[in-house]
Design a protein around this ligand. Sequence first.
Ligand SMILES: *[C@@H]1O[C@H](CO)[C@@H](O)[C@H](O)[C@H]1NC(C)=O
Ligand SMILES: *[C@@H]1O[C@H](CO)[C@@H](O)[C@H](O)[C@H]1NC(C)=O
Ligand SMILES: *[C@@H]1O[C@H](CO)[C@@H](O)[C@H](O)[C@H]1NC(C)=O
Ligand SMILES: *[C@@H]1O[C@H](CO)[C@@H](O)[C@H](O)[C@H]1NC(C)=O
Length: 248
Amino acid sequence: MFVYFLTVQILLIPTFNADRNFSISSSPICESASDCPTGFSNCTAVSELKKKRCVNARQICIGGKPELPIKSCARSRDCTKNVTEYEGWCDFETKFCCEVDPLSRESPMCPDRVTPLYGQEKCEEYEEGMIYSGKSEQKGGFCYKGYSCPPKITRPKSLKFGTRTFRTNIDCDVGDKIASKYEFMFCHNETGNLWVMGKLNMNGDEVIKHWTLCHLNKDCLEGQVCVKEDICRYRCYDDPVSSFFEIE
Ligand SMILES: *[C@@H]1O[C@H](CO)[C@@H](O)[C@H](O)[C@H]1NC(C)=O
Ligand SMILES: *[C@@H]1O[C@H](CO)[C@@H](O)[C@H](O)[C@H]1NC(C)=O
Ligand SMILES: *[C@@H]1O[C@H](CO)[C@@H](O)[C@H](O)[C@H]1NC(C)=O
Ligand SMILES: *[C@@H]1O[C@H](CO)[C@@H](O)[C@H](O)[C@H]1NC(C)=O
């Protein structure tokens, strides 16, 4: 029933293909929306450009609305001065800074409710309308609406966390405590991303948990990370990432 409902809803949402070669600097210059040809919804300031451009919001942000002024990014830390407070994302396809559109009926989050879906990597072999189809290239992830999501699902009263460890594209600052909404997550100092702690590390071995409480990674021993466990507990775990693969 649940799946049926979601599927129907997806089919009712108009589809669009993001033009990967879209370049905002070649969009028409404008002073107000009335200067813009049909097909463009707004006349908007762009961080990198002196003059306003005609834009189509969907070309900028696939599943949210553009942050204004429009700004391009490689990852979410390019969008903000403080990644710890930031709630938006860098759209994986369009490479613009985006935020939740309060008018949209569709949530732009993964099933964990905290990872921005459209900031995650795309899945291979996604079939339109089959929300769980596709193959996640991001190790440990599962596909949702064609994007790689953390292997955990938040239901109103329970949180399940997966077996596998997973890197999200959410950026973090190792100097700040992880916000309490990021259950079972930690900030990795080498990738600068929030990771989801699984029961197994990247090598497939059981993750070792210590009893030490912490606020930050540096409160733990060398080679450990500080994981947000539940409402008010943060605990040291062996780093499930570093020793197992080369981080670029
Ligand atoms: C995008 O641009 C590249 C390089 O300019 C070009 O090779 C490619 O064919 C373009 N793709 C589309 C879909 O226009
Ligand atoms: C487009 O214009 C509408 C109406 O003025 C406004 O509510 C919306 O935020 C604008 N969107 C962008 C991307 O500028
Ligand atoms: C960023 O935000 C966090 C959480 O509000 C705060 O603790 C931290 O001091 C801020 N960092 C900077 C550099 O402003
Ligand atoms: C990350 O933290 C580990 C200890 O947990 C430390 O050995 C390493 O040097 C740190 N790397 C960076 C880039 O700070």
